[in-house]
Design a protein around this ligand. Structure first.
Ligand code: FEO
Length: 394
């Protein structure tokens, strides 16, 4: 990534990973990503905020080389995950006098994960400040966005919050600042859904905390920079709220068509009643799309055939995934098909204990759906409508 100036003496010097397509070996990145690192020149001290994923370290090194006689005094580590911290060891070699400034928990992680020597650290506490001369950094602990050690760094005089993953988006773009709001909104929502949603309650507290600051710019460590902080803060407030939408998300898999017939029937019934339905074919769908739609859906229905006495393995994966990302969905149900028995619904129920949703009686279909099965699906649709009406979202 080319060096981009944010304000006087403040530069974006990180990397764009245009063609990365998977994160954590599970999360699809349809739009690539970036690892934003920021260089700030104070009148007395120079600081680098976060680094980049080692796979793109050359972009950072080439950028730093372009500053004549660069001396880095401090490397701020807002988060120990390697996509931001992984290049710290090499930066410390290049700048042997530089110190890593971070909190005690992050220091512990960096020592474990990257074998950085203890003596290279300066520990800071919540709300502590660090002077760069004419500029001041203030460290704001924002734990569990999305690891326990995560923090943000606030540049007091310029009113910039360097929030690391918080408010970020996996989006490779040549635009430094948010321009295409719809695109950034979608990427940020995807990021929230996959990474942040399990920590919704922590995010509430952290959002309140950062809102006490006067912020002109939010500079995350993934995706474009927010010159209009309310755009992303308001989006987060909506996502973390208890509000759900009149939507039913139906992740399904079907081997010989029985489950698909049931899903299609339910989809049509719900559409007829004015409900937004998102059928999600697990075999071909992008798991990130599933996560995005789980953010707002009032109801989720998992539909699967019975395989070896339990759900189809792909449905089992989605069950575990949804349980892990903890959407705020209010109602949860199951459609299963089977021929000679099994404990599919029980297995799914047992593996969704993180969903604090009301469980709707499952629909079990033996063989191809027949009239009594369609009657059961009608009853399921009516139950969903009744529940959505009770929430006043219909
Ligand atoms: Fe972008 Fe949690 O690392």
């Amino acid at each position: 990534m080319a060096i981009r100036k944010i304000k006087e003496d403040i530069y974006s010097v990180g990397a764009i990973h245009w063609d990365r397509r998977l994160f954590d070996e599970i999360i699809p990145l349809p739009d690539g990503t970036s690892y934003n690192a920021y260089l700030i020149f104070g009148s007395e001290k120079t600081v680098l905020i976060d680094t980049v994923d080692p796979a793109t370290e050359n972009q950072l090194f080439e950028n730093l080389k372009k500053f004549n006689d660069l001396k880095i005094d401090y490397v701020i580590s807002n988060h120990a995950e390697q996509d931001h911290s992984g290049t710290i060891p090499k930066i410390l070699k290049l700048f042997p006098d530089a110190k890593v400034v971070t909190n005690a928990k992050c220091k512990e992680f960096l020592i474990d994960l990257l074998h950085i020597e203890q003596e290279r650290f300066i520990d800071i506490g919540d709300n502590e400040t660090l002077s760069l001369g004419n500029k001041t950094l203030k460290f704001i602990f924002t734990p569990w966005v999305h690891w326990p050690e995560t923090m943000s760094t606030y540049l007091v005089e310029d009113k910039i919050l360097f929030s690391c993953d918080f408010f970020g988006s996996h989006l490779a773009t040549s635009e430094l600042f948010v321009n295409d709001k719809a695109k950034v909104y979608e990427a940020a929502k995807r990021y929230y859904a996959e990474i942040m949603m399990p920590f919704r309650n922590f995010i509430k507290g952290n959002t309140q905390k950062i809102e006490k600051l006067e912020i002109d710019i939010i500079a995350p460590s993934h995706g474009p920079i927010h010159k209009e902080p309310s755009f992303i803060i308001d989006a987060y407030k909506d996502w973390i709220s208890e509000n759900v939408k009149n939507q039913v998300l139906i992740p399904y898999v079907s081997m010989h068509g029985s489950t698909k017939i049931a899903v299609d029937y339910l989809v049509d019934k719900l559409i007829e009643k004015g409900i937004t339905v998102i059928p999600f074919n697990i075999t071909t769908g992008d798991i990130g799309e599933l996560a995005i739609n789980a953010v707002d859906a009032a109801t989720i229905i998992i539909a699967t055939p019975t395989v070896l006495a339990g759900p189809h393995p792909l449905a089992a994966f989605v069950t575990i995934f949804l349980n892990a990302i903890k959407p705020k969905t209010k109602f949860f149900g199951i459609i299963t098909s089977y021929e000679w028995g099994g404990l599919t619904a029980d297995w799914i129920k047992q593996h969704t204990t993180n969903l604090k949703s009301e469980f709707i009686d499952p629909v079990a279909i033996k063989g191809l759906p027949k009239s009594q099965n369609f009657a059961s699906i009608n009853a399921l649709a009516e139950k969903i409508i009744e529940k959505h009406k009770a929430l006043a979202i219909i």
